[in-house]
Design a protein around this ligand. Structure first.
Ligand code: CTP
Length: 407
């Protein structure tokens, strides 16, 4: 997430400045370009040389530095920044920023930048809780600055209380999360633009094949994955038809919902909607067999043995693969207990799919009736993408993102 991001780190005069050295190191290792600006106070705690070595760039210590790299423009760093982070931020810099001063390179950069500014205050607890400091922090927050609150604990001044700067790892995580969320937002917006107005058909949950009026052959599918896929598409503005076997879930508002029982019922509705559909995602667990002679009345346990003859159900997805027109996208699911990739790849080819979502249902927290899933996405081009354990709701968006690339 931080690859090639330009992060400007402002260091002010506090003992916690030593932790900022580790923060700069972590940011650089994760691919960010890190430029450090030190106030005069900061140079009493850590040397300029340390930050130069760790960041790999010259450190700006004065407005009047002849920093060749930035063509001496005093707002060059402000323009370059994807984020400005002030850690540690003393009570003094908070006050200066609150009134909009620009008397050194750091305050000038903060005033001139359009990038988000993250402030990490660290100081003696009385200074931190002083109404003046709290008011200044409030002003900065109101202006949209991000503030990472200090932790409580032993302070350098010998007292204990609030004011400790969070550890470098925590500040790093905050920055990484910020960019991850931004990226997610951007991805969602792109997806929204692409899915808007598209006609999509999603099947979900397991079908039921009757044995008699009270019994059926079913499977463990809850419908959670399929419903999440339908919901994500509705939220992105697609016209969604959700054809579902029995499920305890609430169908997403805004989708056309068609409840069905058996595989043959599902087939009938799917075939009806298929001709004017752009994308079909078949997340349903369709029963492969149905009972040949469904008993009219409840079967009594008179015999020691009960033999049911099963007939093969039509493979709906395979039929769609044969009917598919150019421009239509077909996505299937493969729930397996062994040879996951091999079986999934076989189904992708046999059913003429564009993508298949493979999941090993023997894995904990994956497969039937869980809120999370562990899946692999196999493309027609032979690509295999392995995704980490994620909620089914999050996975739904990722599946749509990959599908949209195929359109
Ligand atoms: N499927 C279907 N109609 C069927 C059986 C399956 O449309 N009669 C679809 C499912 O919705 C899923 C995909 O095919 O998207 C894979 O289903 P699965 O039952 O795992 O595959 P099968 O081809 O039936 O293979 P097998 O049961 O032998 O594993």
């Amino acid at each position: 997430m931080l690859q090639d991001k330009n992060i400007i780190i402002g260091v002010t005069g506090g003992i916690a400045a030593y932790k900022t050295v580790e923060l700069v190191s972590r940011l650089r290792k994760s691919g960010a370009n890190v430029h450090v600006i030190m106030t005069q106070g900061a140079q009493n705690f850590v040397t300029e040389l340390t930050f130069r070595e760790i960041s790999g760039h010259p450190v700006v210590t004065s407005m009047w530095d002849r920093v060749q790299e930035f063509k001496v423009e005093h707002i060059a760093l402000a323009q370059l920044a994807d984020m400005v982070v002030i850690a540690p931020a003393t009570a003094n810099i908070l006050a200066k920023m609150a009134i909009g001063m620009a008397d050194d390179m750091l305050t000038t950069t903060v005033l001139a930048t359009k990038a988000p500014v993250l402030v990490v205050p660290a100081m003696n607890s009385n200074m931190y809780t002083n109404p003046a400091t709290q008011q200044n922090i409030g002003i900065l927050k109101d202006r949209g600055m991000l503030v990472l609150e200090p932790a409580s604990g032993h302070l350098a001044c010998g007292t204990a209380g609030i004011g400790r700067m969070p550890e470098a790892a925590e500040i790093f995580d905050y920055i990484a999360n910020y960019f991850a969320e931004g990226r997610e937002q951007q991805d969602r917006e792109e997806l929204l633009a692409k899915l808007k107005g598209k006609k999509v058909l999603v099947t979900a949950a397991g079908t039921r094949e009757p044995i008699d009026p009270v019994r059926y052959i079913g499977n463990r599918s809850s419908g959670k994955m399929g419903y999440a896929i339908a919901e994500a598409a509705v939220k992105c503005g697609a016209k969604v038809v959700l054809i579902s076997g029995p499920s305890s879930l609430q169908p997403p508002a805004g989708a056309e919902f068609i409840p069905v029982e058996s595989a043959r019922e599902m087939r009938q509705h799917v075939l009806e909607h298929f001709p004017n559909t752009d994308v079909v995602i078949k997340a349903a667990a369709v029963a492969d067999y149905r009972v040949r002679d469904v008993a009219e009345n409840k079967i009594k346990k008179d015999d020691e043995e009960l033999v049911l003859v099963l007939d093969k159900n039509p493979d709906i997805l395979k039929e769609l693969g044969q009917l598919k027109k150019p421009g239509q996208i077909l996505v299937g699911f493969a729930a397996e207990t062994q040879n996951l990739l091999q079986y999934a790849k076989g189904k992708l080819e046999k059913k003429n799919l564009d993508m298949i979502v493979a999941n090993d249902v023997t894995k904990p927290q994956a497969g039937f009736n869980t809120d999370t899933n562990l899946i692999k996405l196999l493309g027609r081009d032979g690509s295999v993408e392995e995704l980490p354990l994620m909620s089914k709701k999050e996975l739904a968006y990722i599946i749509w993102q990959r599908v949209m690339k195929l359109l």
